[in-house]
Design a protein around this ligand. Structure first.
Ligand SMILES: Nc1ncnc2c1ncn2[C@@H]1O[C@H](COP(=O)(O)OP(=O)(O)OP(=O)(O)O)[C@@H](O)[C@H]1O
Ligand SMILES: [Mg+2]
Length: 274
């Protein structure tokens, strides 16, 4: 094993590059927006402007997207609007301008529940599990929209997160922070999403647990589920990112491959601690 646990991930891993073949690499651009690949990205929040209720705009022309085989990472300071962008894409706040498209379809007007039915899985930053329910009940809740037999999916989740199988009859609230995040991701996987959105999946966990969670997220991406995630651990997240976005005050500040952003002096200085 090399020192870098993720090897050359960040666009050279043939098993995770865009199967459509279109290049997803964009030079680091100040204020850059992701360029659509032919046919458009699989999931895109396109030039989104909006805020909460009748409040001021939080997002300003904000664009984020993800394609099959990719991990796209959103980083930026606290309060930059990262969670707001995720919620906008999931339909939890009104987008006053701009659009959300999934697999070419404009879903801007759909409710979150309808977006789940269309194939979106979302793990919010907070309150992402039912603490009083058991691990298994949490997974069953995740499958709420399914009418078919979901036991196979549950077995897959337990394969991905063996600790959850061990603790399946325990209340989720009794688990460690890292284990809870596994429950939250597992719950989202129960709908067999076509795309997975994760808001700070490694919040509050130790560096070792963070590495383990990132490994699992890479595994999920390798099964073909594109992943759009917000991360506080910017450097580590960009190491596994095919594409990265730096958001500042609700705007795209920098866009590039994970590698490009990690190498950009301005991004390093302002957002990665030098
Ligand atoms: N439910 C809400 N109602 C009104 N304003 C909100 C709400 N949630 C967030 N905001 C405001 O939107 C702005 C962006 O917040 P957001 O949670 O999107 O930031 P973030 O980038 O996810 O930050 P963090 O890194 O701390 O999670 C902040 O000014 C915040 O006060
Ligand atoms: Mg947030």
């Amino acid at each position: 094993m090399s020192d870098d646990p993720y090897g050359d991930r960040g666009n050279k891993d043939a098993s995770i590059t865009n199967p459509k073949g279109g290049s997803t690499a964009h030079p680091v651009k100040k204020g850059g927006k992701a360029t659509a690949s032919p046919g458009g990205p699989f999931l895109i929040g396109d030039t989104m402007t909006g805020g909460y209720g009748k409040g001021p705009d939080i997002l300003h022309d904000c664009t984020v997207s993800v394609d099959p085989g990719e991990i796209a990472v959103i980083v930026g300071p606290n309060g930059a609007g990262k969670s707001t962008a995720m919620k906008a894409i999931f339909g939890m706040l009104d987008v006053r301008q701009g659009h959300v498209r999934l697999d070419g379809e404009d879903i801007t007007a759909l409710s979150p529940q309808d977006r789940v039915a269309k194939g979106m899985g979302f793990v919010p930053q907070t309150s992402n599990i039912f603490t009083s329910l058991t691990v298994e009940e949490n997974l069953e809740m995740g499958a709420f929209i399914r009418r078919d037999d979901f036991s196979g999916t549950m077995a897959q989740v337990y394969d991905l997160f063996p600790i959850l199988k061990e603790k399946r009859n325990q209340a989720a609230g009794e688990l460690s922070g890292g284990q809870r995040q596994q429950v939250a991701v597992g719950r989202a996987l129960m709908t067999q999403p076509k795309v997975l959105m994760l808001d700070e999946p490694t919040a509050g966990v130790s560096p070792i647990v963070m590495d383990e969670l990132f490994d699992r997220i890479i595994e999920v991406a390798r099964t073909g589920i594109p992943i759009l995630m917000v991360e506080q651990n910017a450097r580590q997240a960009l190491e596994i990112a095919d594409k990265g976005y730096v958001l500042v005050q609700g705007r795209n500040a920098y866009t590039g491959t994970g590698k490009e952003l990690l190498a950009d002096p301005e991004v390093r200085k302002s957002f990665l601690g030098g």
